[in-house]
Design a protein around this ligand. Structure first.
Ligand code: PLP
Length: 389
């Protein structure tokens, strides 16, 4: 069996021997022997945009790594980017820096809910949300997505029922949605905003996948449908540009009380210390990363189309509107949840995230990262087809 670094070159190639992120975690998680195709972490398994690499090299070559002010240029670069990509210029909004999306969610739960309060999750949904809610001593209230044919939608009636409970104080919205790949429409988001505003439910809109909206679909910022207050949206370059190990993120809102409270907490806990490499990467990403992202999105579309064409009929591929995450319906294999994990690792030898990691509503599905060289997808199709045959 070829090692991944020996797969034929494609437009995006990895250095020889590269195994993608976290090779040491593959074995314990997926159990199988070596030679697993790693398609499970939500980040590009690709060399990142050359202008960012250049900016980091230049910064490293300046031998001074002390305190550095965050220039106004960074916020301007972010808003110029969102204006150009999404027609969203941020008028009337304030952006605060946060070390990570998870930090912002944790902080907002502390600031806008009380212990024991309910926090709504639309499962299957990103794995970190539940532990953030639980470790804050809040309750997870599920408002699962509904699968209509092969397309997911929000259960707005169920949402109304959930918010009718006065102890339900917040909703964590994933826009676009990891793992099911929906780019929520303006009407869907407006309905969520109205229901939550009417019931004083704070909306935490995790929009970290915004820039990964595929051609033919549009990203609608929650800000554009949100009421005056009672919400915050989370943004940043980490997913789009593969910078989770370097960059910080942004908390955006029109609600001055949220900004004031978040900044007070941030200074109380000393949450932000500028990191010189983060500053360099952030600016390079938003000012010079556009062409790379366009190529990435085209690659993701090709990889998704290849899966739809190439996988055996037992596996259905959910339509993809945004994110670089394929959501595969494995229920046609007729396997129980523990069998699916074993099947993926030992039979197909493809490390995908089993759907139940995202909540029990994801059972029978698996998430595959599509921001990978095209050869990897061809290899995944071959391995899965052989396992089924
Ligand atoms: C929807 C979503 N939010 C947040 C994150 C992680 O953000 P952070 O590492 O900044 O907490 C991810 C990572 O995959 C994600 O998919």
């Amino acid at each position: 069996m070829r090692r991944l670094g020996e797969l034929p070159a494609s437009q995006f190639t990895l250095p020889p021997g590269a195994m993608g992120p976290d090779p040491d975690r593959l074995q314990p998680l997926f159990g199988a022997g070596g030679d697993l195709l790693p398609l499970w972490v939500a980040e590009p398994y690709l060399p990142i945009a050359p202008p960012i690499v250049e900016a980091l090299r230049d910064r490293a070559a300046t031998p001074w790594y002390g305190y550095e002010q965050r220039s106004e240029r960074l916020a301007s670069a972010f808003w110029a980017w969102t204006e150009e990509r999404h027609g969203w210029g941020g008028d009337g909004l304030v952006a605060s820096v946060s070390p990570s999306v998870g930090t912002s969610i944790g902080a907002l739960l502390e600031l806008r809910t009380e212990p024991g309060d309910g926090v709504i999750l639309q499962s299957p949904v990103f794995t970190d949300f539940k532990p953030l809610v639980v470790s804050a001593g809040r309750r997870v209230v599920k408002n699962p997505l509904v699968l209509d044919g092969d397309r997911y939608r929000m259960d707005l009636e169920g949402l109304e029922e959930s918010v009718a409970d006065a102890s339900c104080r917040a909703l964590i919205l994933c826009n676009p949605h990891n793992p099911v790949g929906r780019s929520w429409t303006r009407d869907e988001l407006r309905a969520v905003a109205e229901v939550c505003a009417a019931n004083e439910v704070f909306v935490i809109a995790d929009e970290i996948h915004a820039d990964l909206t595929l051609p033919g679909h549009a990203f609608t910022p929650f800000a554009e449908v949100a009421p005056e207050g009672g919400w915050a949206a989370l943004h940043g370059p980490i997913k789009t540009f593969g910078l989770a190990g370097v960059c910080d993120s942004l908390l955006v809102t029109s609600d001055s009380s949220v900004v004031d409270d978040y900044r007070a907490m941030s200074s109380r806990l000393h949450l932000t210390r500028n990191q010189v490499f983060s500053l360099a990467a952030f600016e390079a990403a938003y000012t010079r990363g556009g062409p790379w992202v366009d190529e990435l999105l085209a690659l993701v579309q090709r990889n998704h189309a290849a899966l739809v064409r190439g996988l055996p009929v037992e596996i259905a591929v959910t339509p993809l509107e945004a994110t670089y995450l394929g959501w595969l319906d494995l229920r046609g294999l007729g396997l129980e949840v523990p069998e699916i994990v074993d099947w993926l690792g030992t039979k197909a030898r493809v490390a995908m995230s089993p759907g139940h990691w995202f909540g029990r509503e994801g059972a029978g599905f698996a998430r595959m990262t599509l921001a990978v060289p095209e050869d990897w997808i061809a290899e995944a199709i071959e391995r899965i087809s052989s396992a089924i045959a």
